[in-house]
Design a protein around this ligand. Sequence first.
Ligand code: F3S
Length: 754
Amino acid sequence: NTQRVRMNNLEQNSFINYERLKQNLDIVKKRLNRPLTYSEKILYSHLDDPKNQDIERGVSYLRLRPDRVACQDATAQMAILQFMSAGMPEVAVPTTVHCDHLIEAFSGGKKDLARAETTNKEVYDFLSSACAKYNIGFWRPGSGIIHQIILENYAFPYSLLIGTDSHTPNAGGLGQVAIGVGGADAVDVMADLPWELKCPKTIGVKLTGKLNGWTAPKDVILKVAGILTVKGGTGAIVEYFGPGVESLSCTGMATICNMGAEIGATTSIFPFNKRMSQYLRATNRGPIATLAEQYGSVFAADGDAHYDEVVEINLDELEPHLNGPFTPDLATPVSKFKDAVKKNDWPAELKVGLIGSCTNSSYEDMTRAASICQQALDKGIKAKSIFTITPGSEQVRATLARDGQLETMSKAGGIVLANACGPCIGQWKRTDVKKGEKNSIVTSYNRNFTGRNDANPATHAFVTSPDIVTAMVFAGDMRFNPLTDTLKDANGNDFKFEPPSGEGLPSKGYDAGANTYVKPDPASAKDVVIDPQSNRLQRLKPFSRWDGKDATGMRILIKAKGKCTTDHISAAGPWLKYRGHLQNISNNYMIGAINSENGEANKLKNLETGDYASVPEVALYYRDHGIRWVTIGEENLGEGSSREHAALEPRYLGGTAIITKSFARIHETNLKKQGLLPLTFADPSAYDKINYNDKVDILGLTDFAPGKPLTLKVHPADGSAAWTTTLNHTFNQDQIEWFKAGSALNHMADVRKN
Ligand code: F3S
């Protein structure tokens, strides 16, 4: 086990260290003294401190050291801007950026790509120059979808990946724990901070029998979604096992793991197996397969491992499913779908069938789809519905082009789109129906929430396997069941499709296609390109350090009343385009929060001028006049998403502390990371006693210590005597250093310098 094996073929200096992971595992096993599941083994092997870490499923917070980070182009912008502000020379952990989300599907692959390169030029220039400088691998527009590129090049068994996209779990198909996170988490890992994850529960899915006929790997997860529902996986890792696993290809397992996101699972995973070895070898990573094979039972669950819940699926009996509309857990087997269409009055005409995406664009998926197209061509018929094909990567596209499947699908009426997210993320210029017109589409994608694909709330989107999508486009009818129903051939005779057939891996090997990867080169990299006039991107300056004194004479910017989620703090929708521009996005700070003074949103009294203005306007006034301020709120402030902007904005606008009755945990940590003080009233009634126009001091910062409360001194506006109340905090020693340095990133930069 001593040979050095590279983690991938693109980075010369990242090596796999299974021995160290196994040592960590041995430490944890001795401590816990119980059998472990496969995903538990991987997670606990990646602990920052395996000797002392508390480990209780569903309770403790694990501090982990991931092996790599992946970012897609929409979320990478703020993550990289933040990383840059720390002043570190390069990322601490191997990282890649993937240009896939910003490409709009309009008329077909090549043209769409060219358009995207023009419209998103400033974003691509920024990302590529930052990647070159900070030693981040850059995958150009056209390279493919993040999760396929990860599977083809970077994922390997018994490793830990975080990615800034919810379908990162796709890599579970190669036996990796791969978890979707927010940008703030990615920045931590890039800057060498441990990453925190609530210790997940484990749901076991036992597969028996064998996949056959029209049933595809997709149907496993469609069935699981039907059983567990969209919330069923929350806080858990879904781990597959059992004899049925052997009948699944590696890319099929990836499809199943990908869509685990639809049941809210932290991630999904298959234990290391032969099919993964075959895929690693087919993608030029034989040495990894050989190394992993030496670990035998270490890379699987212990025989008697305990799952918090077990679901069993017999693949022999599993039918193809169509899930939807509007939610991915409304599962209908194909045999009952016809009746469901009638009963629910779903539009019976099939307008568009879309295959591919990060979920279902493997060589196997596409060869099976092409086999159905070939049958149709042999019968002299073409697709009745619009039919689009999104290859998941340039490698898959080039291989399918070489082997003829793209031609077959095009001849049958298919339109090949760019290797990108396209219609899956709503980047679809759809012209065949008007907005508001009721219609049906079927996709082999993963999500089908209202309006996701085409922004039309009346579109009924159903998620199914590429096989079913492809067969149905030839019928143009939602009531067509390819397993039992016939179609007319060119001569008017009835025929029935044979079940699809396909190759798991290309017999001639993969064709890499155009070279779309840009290797970073920090030594010769130029400066990062950000147009100072840009609306979308803005360089961040490091936040200032603590001045070493108690914070006195502060204004209360807003005393907010009632619920205050991350949406109230930093709204989404039209603001998304400013995610890389802190100044512009800060114009949404707290615009949804209710002001306790007047019961209104986004209308505050500027206590210096007496005028009413928006929250961001008043905050900026205070900041620019050297007046420090705090925000006051009620329960569970910052619940909702992990959006780091909700913490960056108050810091940018000059806030010092956020004082509440309680916080949502992730938001509380995000505030600490940005150098703010999230504090809670020891006596919640103090919230009622404070008036919006009082002034406040925070005392005790000069001996700020873990577990030691601070004091809030209130100077009432009516001139009555000042009074004090206790403020609790949850800062540990490291986090106090973040506060003193001005932010976690400033602190990490300090540590690196010393
Ligand atoms: Fe892209 Fe859709 Fe996957 S948006 S990453 S193709 S879920």
